[in-house]
Design a protein around this ligand. Structure first.
Ligand code: HAM
Length: 413
């Protein structure tokens, strides 16, 4: 027996109707991004590893837990997320010298060597956006509203919005110091990963999903008391704007996100149907990242939705073909005419197909049915001599004769 190959763990093959559904989601997202004034960028999948260690952070799961796929022998990785590459490109192209405000979106594959499970893949797709040049709380709310609108437009219901503010770097440092002091007495009660996080990144203990860690965290008084006056004011404005727009949210002071670059507003869009990997999308501000990667100090904010997690929340569509017309022939003598007709239909944007295998008419009709065709045009030996074609309505199970010269009108009118 010949060896057969299987797809890699944590990767997916998409066939119709799922691949059609993906195109539909992407189309809806693109339209909404345009409506909100965001422009598409297409950036490399390969990036230098350093941009992620410097942005996502050495203690993040992506970098710290060695989840990046490296090109052997090189300091190059398959991008695990889109923000760092976007910032690299923003700085490299000195976009800030041309305009003081930019809004971009991107749709593409990301790669993370995580342990695969439901909703957690090694290759997945982000539908994301990034806005550069403003610290306005109105922009924070625009970005949140945009993410929610995409999910809603795709027919996903039951999404919950969780928000928090991490404050500026100084606020983050104050909270980190507080956690270091408070958590040390609970050390033995934390999971092994959080015991390590105590020294590397205590903030991450706050959103650990382990029951034992959650219990410890529930004893802590964190709330917004670590935010400085300016950051608290910014966050309060975000919350009151959300209320004004009647966007329901849950303020969750333990929401810290797994990527180090965040400052101020952070948010997650969760759905309980997704189980333990419940975030369908997430984002936040990263006001220091442009500077940290070598650019000027420019505030920014964005989000990314996980396409595969969106698919998990959508009902599997029925298998419906997009082929409208199937061209059939009664004998090989008229195959050239049938083939010519097929090309005329296609030239006029009528979706159509033909059998490339020699088949009886009965068998061609069965193929047409399987393809979900609404009509079959039968090119008959006798009819064609009289300049006629037979058009069979597959849904109504009836047929009529149409003159060859009028066949296009029949489908275009
Ligand atoms: P993230 O939370 O790491 O954020 O990813 C965003 C979304 O991608 C998640 O909410 C989830 O739906 C999906 N996702 C993440 N990892 C996986 C995986 N292994 N398998 C399947 N889906 C996954 C970011 O990446 C940030 N760059 C978002 C952002 C943009 N923040 C500001 N701008």
């Amino acid at each position: 027996m010949k060896k057969s190959y299987q797809r890699l763990r944590g990767t997916l093959d998409f066939y119709p109707p799922e691949s059609d559904l993906i195109q539909e989601i992407v189309g809806k997202a693109r339209n909404l991004f345009n409506t909100f004034g965001y422009q598409e960028v297409i950036l490399p999948i390969l990036e230098r590893e350093e941009i992620f260690t410097k942005s996502v952070g050495k203690t993040s799961d992506i970098v710290g837990e060695k989840q990046m796929f490296r090109v052997e022998g090189k300091d190059i990785v398959l991008r695990p997320e889109g923000t760092a590459g976007m910032v690299r490109s923003f700085i490299e192209n000195a976009l800030y010298t041309k305009k003081d405000f930019y809004k971009f979106f991107y749709i593409g594959p990301m790669f993370r060597g995580e342990r695969p499970q439901k909703g957690r893949l090694r290759q997945f797709h982000h539908i994301g956006c990034e806005a550069f040049g403003s610290n306005s709380p109105y922009l924070d709310v625009e970005v949140i509203k945009l993410a929610l609108s995409i999910l809603q437009e795709c027919g996903i219901k039951g999404i919950k919005l969780k928000v928090n503010s991490l404050g500026c770097q100084q606020d983050k440092a104050n909270l980190t110091n507080f956690l270091k002091k408070e958590l040390i007495s609970y050390r033995s009660k934390l999971c092994p990963l959080c015991q390590r996080r105590l020294t590397t990144n205590p903030l991450r203990v706050l959103d650990c999903k382990e029951e034992s860690c959650r219990k410890v965290v529930s004893h802590l008084d964190i709330s917004d008391r670590f935010l400085c006056k300016e950051c608290l004011c910014h966050f309060n404005e975000v919350l009151s704007l959300l209320k004004e727009l009647e966007i329901d949210f849950l303020y969750q002071p333990t929401l810290v996100r797994g990527l180090d670059y965040y400052t101020n507003t952070v948010f997650e869009l969760v759905h309980k149907q997704l189980g333990s990997q419940d975030a369908c999308g997430a984002g936040g501000r990263y006001n220091d990242l442009v500077k940290n990667l070598g650019g000027p100090s420019i505030p920014a904010i964005g989000f990314a939705l996980g396409l595969e997690r969106m698919l998990l929340l959508l009902k599997k569509p029925d298998l419906t073909s997009k082929v409208l017309v199937f061209v059939a022939y009664t004998s090989l003598n008229v195959y050239p005419q049938a083939y010519k007709l097929l090309n005329t239909l296609r030239k006029n944007k009528v979706s159509s197909d033909i059998s490339y295998k020699e088949k009886s008419l009965k068998s061609q009709l069965r193929s047409a049915e399987k393809a979900g065709a609404n009509f079959v045009i039968i090119v008959g030996d006798e009819e064609i001599k009289r300049g006629h074609l037979i058009v069979r309505d597959m849904k109504k199970s009836c047929q009529r004769t149409v003159e060859c010269s009028r066949i296009l009108d029949f489908f275009l009118s």
